[in-house]
Write a protein that binds this ligand. Sequence first.
Ligand SMILES: NC(=O)c1ccc[n+]([C@@H]2O[C@H](COP(=O)([O-])OP(=O)(O)OC[C@H]3O[C@@H](n4cnc5c(N)ncnc54)[C@H](O)[C@@H]3O)[C@@H](O)[C@H]2O)c1
Ligand SMILES: [Fe+2]
Length: 383
Amino acid sequence: MFNIRHPVRTWFGAGTVEKVRDEAEFAGAKKALVFTDKGVLGAGIAARAIEPLKAAGLDVTVYGECAPEPAIADLESAYERFRDESFDFVVGIGGGSSMDLAKSMSVLFTNPGEPRDYLGVELVKEPGLHCALIPTTSGTGAEATPNAIFSVPEKGVKLAIVSTYIVPNAAIVDPELTLTTPEKVTAASGVDALTHCLESFVNPNSSALSELYSVRGMELIAGSLRRVLEDGSDLEARSNMALGAYFGGVCLTSAGAGAIHALAYPLGSRFHIPHGVSNSLMFSHVVKVNFPANPAKFARIARILGEDVGGLPDEEAAGRSVAAVERLCRDCGVPTRLSEVDVPAHVIPELAEAAFTTQQRLLGFNPRELSLEDIEKIYRAAS
Ligand SMILES: NC(=O)c1ccc[n+]([C@@H]2O[C@H](COP(=O)([O-])OP(=O)(O)OC[C@H]3O[C@@H](n4cnc5c(N)ncnc54)[C@H](O)[C@@H]3O)[C@@H](O)[C@H]2O)c1
Ligand SMILES: [Fe+2]
């Protein structure tokens, strides 16, 4: 038994950003609210969505202050600012941070209560405003998922609004928009995309359908992440990454993540480490613990990541996935040890407690059941 959710319409390819206009016309929209951030505005990328909307005669309001790795307070302040205005189209153009704000706002306009009321699973009762999400990083896959992630500092964790109503009406994936993505963001968000494909592949909820996306996503990312870091203007490699990241979002939507994300969230929230970097810190250490639980799948992962596993039995080949992951993160210049990002060892029990108590939604789907002690051991291995 499985289910999958998709954006109603997905546009993919160089130049498709202009399709935001078709989407507005399709929705009969007159008044658009565009969420983006300073980096994306500064790179001239946001204009590529805003101009076609203006040219089509829409009244466009731009909120350009989306915070990186938003806290729930950032959503609350955007909500306070716009709650009394009326719009009929919401656009998010940016990385996961801007898209998560946009998709959450699209349902806050049509549902009562406060943003915090919707942290949790399927708490949103009414569909939102017509929403188009346009990624400018190849990472989160937020343009495809029913999730929006916010840190909740008083709890020391990141929590999610999970709702079928925030899967957008349109995902507009235009790899040209990622040509200006800064190198560090390209690397970290690329690792994030790979973790989505990998965690959903080994998730007990995976299915024939989600595996299509997981496997192809891993192939695309493994074949292009190093390339795109060598030459950021390589549009073919950028396209592969954008598609791989979108596939990562789709398979996440069907099968879900696991312990890499569960253990990364407390790091992101407590130390403001970018999401892709906190995933990289946990990546090989969680794979090391998980691979014996599913040797056939981890052997396949090792092969996809380019390990020469020849005629090795799955049990042995699977172990090679640990080194493959570690090497890829290293080659991309993304840290894989807590000490590299100044996370002190004395906070480990606190991190483990936060992961164990607040991330059961993800830990429940890890290929291996992890106790509080197991989690603490993983953080120590990564220190
Ligand atoms: N909703 C989901 O399903 C989902 C999944 C994974 C992660 N997330 C969340 O997404 C957030 C991270 O998103 P992200 O990794 O995409 O990074 P981001 O949105 O935080 O962006 C990182 C930085 O890159 C800059 N940038 C992005 N694209 C650019 C471009 N084309 N040109 C110039 N600058 C550009 C931005 O201005 C920003 O400063 C986290 O909060 C994470 O928790 C959400
Ligand atoms: Fe992620």
